[in-house]
Design a protein around this ligand. Sequence first.
Ligand code: NAD
Ligand code: MG
Length: 404
Amino acid sequence: MTPTDAPHHPRRLIVLGSTGSIGTNTLAVAEHLTRTAIQPFQVVGLTANTAAPTLAQQATQHRCPSLALADPHTPFPANPGLDPTVFRGPNAAEQLVHETDADTVVAAIVGAAGLPPTLAAIQLGRTVGLANKETLVAAGPLVMPLVEQHGSTLLPIDSEHSAIFQCCPELGSQNSSPKPAIRKITLTASGGPFRNASKAAIRNATPEQALKHPTWSMGPKITVDSATMMNKTLEIIEAHHLFGLPADQIDVLVHPQSIVHGLVEFADGSTLAQLGPPDMRTPIQVALTWPDRLPGCSDRPDWSMMSQLEFQPPDLDRFPALLLARRVIDQGGSTGATLNAANEAAVDAFLNRRIPLGRITELVTDALDATPTTPITSLDDVLEADQQARRFVEDRLASSPVSA
Ligand code: NAD
Ligand code: MG
């Protein structure tokens, strides 16, 4: 479809986690598509955790009628020109999703906090652009059947998963066309700030060092996940649920340039890859406009300057978090929720200087060792496993505190 015959009726958009890195990039893409009249968007709902002033400013800029703020105490700035409905408290985003008519919901809250509103959007049959990978890691066995059952469309925003999806849309779960024979998919990893660091340096890294990502600019939690490579573990599990592939068909390669985002190797020997500069506006636009290809706002690559694309297998000795993906996929059930919540709690402890970086993967491994796998059949099952893992990490930190 060309831009001139693109549909012009505005699409109603909710952005969950609109004040974060993915959220602000999503609003930038929606604004670009609206301003250029390529595909207008009407922003109908925005949510944040505590960033009330930014949320208020976004509401004014996008004339958004419904807002949600998880923190019940932060005062919300009055705005004489606009009188939005403001949902407050821990269930505010979920309430907003239930009470706001929308076509597309972008799930860009960080962590398991994003699960309930994302699940609500799926159950309402919305098109969901999924950045919040923790939703699938913690609740994949619950989420994917609901996508089918409610006729929702789940489009990946995580760049590697967007790449795989673009190379082979038939792999998307809700796509009923026959799946082509795939040998394997490969997710690339930048290697993070410690790609060439020694084991000891990685173990003792400080938040300042871990938050310096070489190629991507992202929120703090995913940046720490990139430093431990737990991000790639989460992404392997995410890919397993999204594309219905077993662990041994999902590979990871370290690719320091972050230009090739994902590769699909077909059984006939052909491989397709998706390339682009490390700019999340591209996968966001793909999700917002799929299946159309419309003019975008990200910087264009200069391929003539691209002299080097390197790939190497990850070092499992220095980045043992990667070993946990297969275990979670093979054990299934509540194991993903345990890994995810233990990691969130450990990352939080690291950012608060209670533990060194290397302790994160150890704590997550200990939580998996100590927790039996149980079936996941409801959101309550996920939340129970999540709480148990957080308590486990907290108890461990209380009994053996190690400061960074
Ligand atoms: P961020 O920290 O920049 O933003 C997080 C957003 O979630 C903010 O709007 C914040 O207000 C909101 N939020 C945080 N805790 C909340 C809570 N308890 N309740 C309600 N809202 C809450 O994070 P980000 O980098 O934008 O990442 C968002 C998600 O997208 C994560 O799951 C991340 O893994 C994924 N992702 C991010 C990138 C990236 O480039 N940033 C790339 C791929 C995937
Ligand atoms: Mg990614």
